[in-house]
Write a protein of this length. Structure first.
Lengths: 611, 385
């Protein structure tokens, strides 16, 4: 017989085993809960918030860019886009054909729309169908909006340069950058400076974007707003540019290719800076179309280059004052010493020609500058040697990198070491002669020529260029003008006198560009820089006239000038590419710029001789 | 005369009602209240669409609980096989007429409500096993091969029927729960060791020949949820986030962001535990788990104090089933085991599960009422009573 009690005991034993097993399982589950809910809770809280909270950035209004008088150069314009919210629409095709009956929608826009729609067919994020609605399109859509569910007008702002192409190189332009939110893949559109002031001072102009936290559900659709921090408008930036002068400068250059700069001689402020040809910066504010971009970027005249700071030109005779100053400084020559010029200077078996075939006869330093005698400068350059010339040039500001002008190209001031580094060749004496007349390896930007001029005529003060008049939250460079300890005042006076004679003596190369106003004597130096080598054969047969050469072989015309003579207020630098002679082409432009500066800033007319 | 009889009957019912186990009832109501609160929250602070229906079901289930409790235990003993065969018929029917859910046929639409026979069979199997072993004298498995083969058939037929729905999870749970009951009854430890070895040997074949792709995916995803974070891993990841982010005290009633923003699909059914964890934190989960632990152990103890084997096996069998429900559901949502469609008893939204659980608890209560009653053994014949 079976034993009921024994069976009962067995069952109790087994129940005890089962009970312990259950307790074990529950302690595992509870420790699991402890791990998830207590130990790792912070991690999961973060994950839960990442799930539900979507950070939306609102672009701030970009700061304005103003000229020296406070006129607006760059501001913002509201633009309107037509958007469709797929979530609210059953059949998108029907809605689009409805809209097409109201306003013009191109096939391209429709294709673009569908490509953006992909994967967002049920999303509540509005997708744009047509950007930059005109006023009439905007009003048609607004009137018909009640009949078009899911259709909205999105307002945004784009950069507007209401003064157009005359300011494009200084101000630069902006374009849209896309900022992707990593959690939601939603893309926000932001404006960022690409070139020029817009780029250098982007952090000032940009402002602080507003942040909005919204709660979204698992489908990514809006549930409610959790917080909103308004965007902060960007700061305005005021430039030293005088708009009237800027406009005038551009108009005066006209269709020439080249650069012109006007600088306040007392403090280095840039009053106008023109680069020709130019382009309309507004095209970059909208979605840039490829053909337009191609046209600009591949144009042989390179309109995108900001010539005053990025154009590298052989300075030609405008460099002669530097060589003259070096000669005085190192005692190579006295200002009264004369050198005979018969039109040719022979070094070894090579002939170096003066621009005046007949020669200048006996000339002293001021005459050599005013008549731009090449032979005189061949002689003193040879006596100086390349090192002394390049040292002097550097002391006058060549080759300095002016921080504020981001992307300023550095001029090339050749030396023995430079040639060794770049060509791995020994320096030749003939090359020194070429540098003596501002040719050869020498290359400089118009801005550096302006700074050189300032340093020559300011009675021994160092001038630093500036284009920012006021910048909130930042102390602007103090107008501390240091003494240039490298040069003696008398030497600088001699050079200045020479430059006076360039314009105001009858033999001077810019005699025709003088003024007859005693209070506003124009001084300066012309330059004609060769961009080709004239062969011996050509010299024998007669040099080909500039206008008979192909455009890109023609000489550059240069002029550096300042006025008035005694206490210079304005400095003008003009570089006209392939325009011909400096005295005939560049000097008149320089004179006009100086006279216009006086007229615009001081309101005084200047008399010039009737030609 | 007739009124006398009615009076007598009602007096009997009333006295019986006095004996109904109210501790058990109290626990069940507590658990239901937690579930009801969660469904109210899941509905976005509304009785619709879930809370009100669940309340009606619970009231009906309470009726079932009382009726099952007070019916003479002899009738249950006699009805065991009928109920079991009825459940089997329903299981077969569901394979032909059932409504499809998650790729398998699981529900019978009975007009008023959907019946899920795989839930019903869990408790009818408890009944039939209790009945079978009640009748056996020695509870010996070695001397009597019949004792081994009959129960295996009783278990494997419904398990197979559920398996071909196909619902591997429920079928496995049925087998494991039944084996646990056999273990209590006295099946040798060696049987379990042997069958575990067999499972290990046949697992690779089962993987290749028996499992559907979605089932394989679930297992693989369980092993590495990040394998497919937007597909089948989504549930596990989001569920863990909901649990973890609840912390100690939770985000507060109706403030569960994971649940309310639809990051957890089907949160009102199998994943309702995550809603509790998110809104009431570890505090909430511990309270609910404690209620279940008390319920399970209390039922076990009721089983032990019962004089008759039938009552004893009934209470223990129901307790085992409730245990597996809770264990599998909570382990699943906490990422301890792969996703298996098992509801949390009385808490998850769903009619059949609630009614079946209340039916089972009614049996426990019935066992409690009849704890001192001796039941005659009935050896032969399936339908003797």
């Amino acid at each position: 017989m079976y034993n009921e009690k024994k069976i009962k005991n067995k069952i109790i034993r087994r129940v005890l085993i089962l009970g312990s097993f259950k307790l074990l399982i529950f302690s595992v589950i509870i420790s699991r809960l402890y791990k998830l809910q207590v130990i790792d809770r912070q991690k999961y809280k973060t994950l839960a918030n990442n799930n539900r909270i979507n950070l939306v950035l609102h672009a701030a209004t970009r700061g304005k860019i103003l000229d020296s008088a406070g006129n607006i150069i760059a501001s913002n314009r509201k633009v309107f886009a037509l958007t469709i919210t797929p979530f609210l629409i059953n059949n998108i095709n029907i809605i689009i054909s409805d809209i097409k009956e109201l306003i013009d929608i191109s096939d391209k826009e429709i294709i673009l729309f569908y490509s953006k729609l992909e994967g967002l067919e049920k999303s509540d994020v509005p997708i744009s169908l047509k950007e930059y609605l005109s006023w009439s399109e905007l009003s048609i859509i607004s009137v018909n909006k009640p009949n078009l569910p899911g259709i909205d007008i999105r307002v945004s702002s784009i950069r507007e340069y209401n003064r157009g192409s005359y300011y494009s190189h200084i101000v630069g332009y902006t374009s849209n950058v896309f900022n992707q939110n990593i959690h939601t893949n939603k893309v926000g559109k932001f404006t960022a400076g690409k070139v020029g002031i817009e780029k250098i001072y982007d952090s000032y102009l940009r402002g602080t974007p507003g942040t909005e936290q919204i709660e979204v559900n698992a489908q990514g659709n809006y549930v409610r707003r959790l917080s909103l921090k308004e965007s902060q408008e960007g700061n305005n930036i005021q430039l030293t540019i005088n708009s009237q002068l800027q406009n005038y400068t551009h108009k005066r250059i006209g269709s020439n290719t080249g650069a012109a700069l006007i600088i306040d001689a007392t403090n280095g402020n840039i009053l106008s800076s023109a680069s020709s040809p130019s382009y309309d910066p507004n095209i970059f504010s909208k979605t840039l179309n490829t053909t337009e971009w191609k046209k600009i970027s591949t144009s042989p005249k390179a309109p995108l280059i900001n010539r005053p700071i990025n154009g590298l030109y052989p300075p030609g005779s405008t460099f002669k004052p530097v060589v003259a100053l070096a000669a005085l400084k190192y005692g190579i020559i006295k200002k009264t010493d004369k050198i005979f010029c018969n039109g040719i200077y022979t070094l070894g078996n090579r002939n170096f020609h003066c621009w005046n075939k007949r020669g200048h006869g006996k000339v002293n330093l001021t005459e050599a500058i005013s008549q731009s005698c090449d032979v005189y400068f061949y002689e003193i350059a040879l006596r100086l040697g390349i090192e002394k010339i390049s040292d002097t040039a550097k002391q006058l500001g060549f080759g300095s990198y002016y921080d504020e002008f981001f992307g300023v190209s550095k001029s090339i001031i050749p030396s023995k070491k430079w040639k060794k580094n770049n060509f791995n060749k020994k320096w030749q004496k003939g090359e020194t002669l070429n540098v003596g007349i501002g040719q050869g390896f020498l290359l400089s930007t118009p801005l550096e020529l302006a700074m050189m001029t300032a340093n020559l005529i300011n009675g021994g003060k160092v001038t630093i260029p500036s284009i920012i008049k006021s910048l909130p939250g930042d102390t602007i460079k103090q107008e501390t003008i240091n003494k240039n300890k490298n040069f003696e005042k008398e030497h600088l006076e001699v050079i200045k006198k020479g430059m006076f004679n360039v314009v105001n003596s009858i033999k001077g190369t810019a005699w025709k560009s003088r003024s007859i106003d005693k209070k506003f004597h124009i001084s300066g130096k012309t330059g004609t820089s060769q961009v080709r080598i004239i062969s011996v054969k050509e010299r024998a047969e007669g040099i080909i006239k500039n206008k008979d050469l192909p455009f890109n072989k023609r000489d550059h015309a240069l002029f550096i000038g300042f006025a008035p003579y005694k206490k210079p207020k304005y400095i003008a630098v003009v570089v006209l590419e392939h325009a011909g002679g400096g005295s005939s082409k560049a000097a008149p432009v320089g004179r006009d710029l100086l006279i216009a500066s006086r007229k615009i800033i001081e309101g005084i007319d200047t008399k010039i001789p009737v030609s | 005369m007739l009124s006398d009889k009615i009076l007598k009957l009602s007096a009997l019912v009333f006295t019986k009602l006095l004996y109904v186990n109210y501790i058990l009832l109290f626990l069940l109501i507590c658990i239901f209240c937690i579930g009801f609160t969660l469904l109210y929250s899941a509905g976005g602070g509304s009785m619709e669409p879930w809370a009100s229906k669940q309340l009606i079901r619970f009231i009906i289930s309470l009726g079932i609980y009382f009726i099952v409790s007070i019916i003479n235990i002899r009738y249950w003993l006699g009805l065991s096989y009928y109920i079991y065969f009825l459940s089997l018929v329903l299981l077969i029917l569901v394979n032909f007429y059932g409504n499809t859910g998650m790729g398998s046929q699981r529900w019978l639409n009975l007009g008023l409500f959907n019946l899920q026979p795989s839930e019903l069979i869990k408790f009818s199997l408890v009944l039939v096993l209790a009945r079978y072993f009640h009748a056996d004298k020695e509870l010996s498995f070695f001397n009597n091969l019949k004792n081994f083969i009959y129960p295996i058939f009783l278990i494997m037929i419904p398990a197979y029927l559920i398996f071909i729905q196909p619902d591997l999870g429920s079928s496995l749970i049925l087998i494991i729960a039944s084996l646990t009951i056999l273990f209590i009854i006295g099946l040798s430890i060696w049987f379990f060791i042997g069958s575990t070895l067999l499972v290990i040997i046949f697992a690779p074949f089962a993987w290749i020949f028996l499992l559907y792709d979605y089932q394989k995916n679930r297992v693989l995803t369980f092993l590495d949820p990040l394998r497919d974070p937007l597909g089948s891993g989504y549930h596990i990841i989001q569920s863990k986030i909901a649990l973890g982010s609840g912390g100690l005290f939770g985000k507060g009633f109706m403030n569960g962001s994971q649940s309310h923003l639809n990051f957890i699909p089907e949160m009102q059914t199998d994943f309702i535990f995550t809603l509790l964890a998110e809104e009431f934190g570890m505090l909430g989960t511990i309270v609910l788990l404690s209620l279940f632990i008390i319920l399970i152990f209390y039922s076990l103890i009721i089983g032990l104090i019962c004089k008759s084997r039938f009552a004893c096996f009934l209470a223990i069998g129901v307790s085992v089933n409730i245990f597996y429900y809770v264990f599998i559901n909570t382990s699943m949502v906490t990422g301890l085991i792969p996703v298996v469609g098992v509801p949390l008893p009385l808490v998850s939204y769903g009619g059949t599960s609630m009614m079946c659980v209340m039916f089972g608890m009614g049996l426990v209560s019935n066992a409690y009422i009849n704890k001192n009653k001796d039941l005659p053994r009935y050896k032969d014949g399936l339908l003797g009573w």
